[in-house]
Ligand binder design. Structure first.
Ligand SMILES: Nc1ncnc2c1ncn2[C@@H]1O[C@H](COP(=O)(O)OP(=O)(O)OP(=O)(O)O)[C@@H](O)[C@H]1O
Length: 304
């Protein structure tokens, strides 16, 4: 197969609760229409990263599509870092936080169209405690929620909803954070500290409306309280959030320490409790196919 004219589709057969055969059939049809070859790799949960890297190295595809949840999207993204090969996302997980952030459409037909489109963008990726983060990591009450969700065994948005109230009542918050950036050291108290190269939580809450995914910076957001009026505002595209609710520090690197150990998650994966987190950004090292609106919002000419 000629490298320029070939698509690799990585499918996680067990992610979420959707069947994957219709995705495979639709991508096969779309590739044929474009006169492109298609190779399908189904993940096994064991040695997938090495296997995908080897396929990419041997037969450089023009594009890689991934059908799976956030875990599979992250895994494939890591295989494509610092290459010119474009990634297209077909969300097929239980929560799909990454897809929500990139504004990936709801229907499979539109998702495949976007994934194969020429609307591409080079994004920055975050490394948090040296683990790649495409979306959002946090310390505090949201990470507790992710843990309780994983423990409960109930998948999807309902699972998160059912865990949200007990998580709030049983939380050990507020937490005390020491935040060191190139601008100096500050002390903050809050229920949640998020590290975001993204605008939205997986729920669609627009918590970092001015964040740009390709500006060489990321944001540290300290949420001070559960102000429901402010939380409600985050359903808007451009919410003006009060600094009594959230304080935002834009930076290229950060070191965070806490007085006591705090629950910690990266891209929806609970990583236990910690009292030290470092984060840094790597500039424009991943090419992604995204909806036109997302491309426009992140156009360089719109940046200050
Ligand atoms: N064939 C397989 N059998 C069992 N586990 C697998 C297989 N392929 C991948 N996995 C596992 O699937 C997990 C990743 O799942 P992923 O995050 O994509 O979906 P999800 O958990 O349903 O979605 P979300 O992250 O949106 O909640 C990894 O732990 C990986 O080891």
């Amino acid at each position: 197969m000629k490298s320029e004219n070939y698509i690799l589709l990585v499918v996680n057969p067990i992610s979420g609760d959707s069947e994957k055969e219709s995705i495979i059939a639709s991508v096969t049809e779309a590739a044929a229409k474009r006169n492109q070859g298609l190779k399908i790799y189904k993940t096994t949960g064991d040695g997938d990263s090495a296997a995908i890297k080897s396929i990419i190295k041997k037969n450089r595809p023009e594009r890689v599509l991934v059908a799976g949840g956030d875990g599979t999207i992250s895994l494939v993204s890591e295989c494509l870092l610092n290459t010119e090969i474009c990634l297209g996302i077909i969300p097929a997980g239980s929560a799909n936080g990454i897809a929500v952030n990139f504004g990936i459409p709801e229907t499979m037909t539109e998702q495949i169209e976007v994934a194969l489109s020429n609307c591409t963008i080079k994004i920055d990726t975050l490394f948090i405690n040296e683990k790649m983060c495409l979306h959002i990591a946090d310390l505090g009450i949201n990470a507790e929620l992710v843990k309780n969700y994983e423990d409960s065994g109930i998948r999807g948005k309902l699972g998160y909803f059912l865990q949200s109230i007990p998580t709030i009542f049983n939380s050990d918050s507020p937490f005390h954070f020491t935040i060191e950036t190139e601008k100096g050291t500050v002390e903050k108290t809050g229920i949640l500290l998020a590290i975001a190269n993204a605008n939205k939580f997986g729920t669609g809450a627009n918590i970092n409306p001015d964040g740009k995914i390709n500006d060489g910076k990321f944001e540290v957001l300290v949420f001070k309280n559960l102000d429901f009026i402010e939380i409600f505002k985050t359903i808007q595209e451009k919410p003006e959030l009060s600094s009594d609710f959230v304080e935002i520090i834009s930076t290229e690197k950060v070191m965070i320490s806490t007085r006591k150990k705090v629950p910690f998650q990266i891209d929806g994966e609970y990583l236990g409790e910690t009292d030290k987190v470092t984060a840094r950004i790597e500039k424009e090292n991943l090419t992604m196919a995204v909806p036109e609106l997302f491309c426009k919002f992140h156009a360089k000419e719109n940046m200050l």
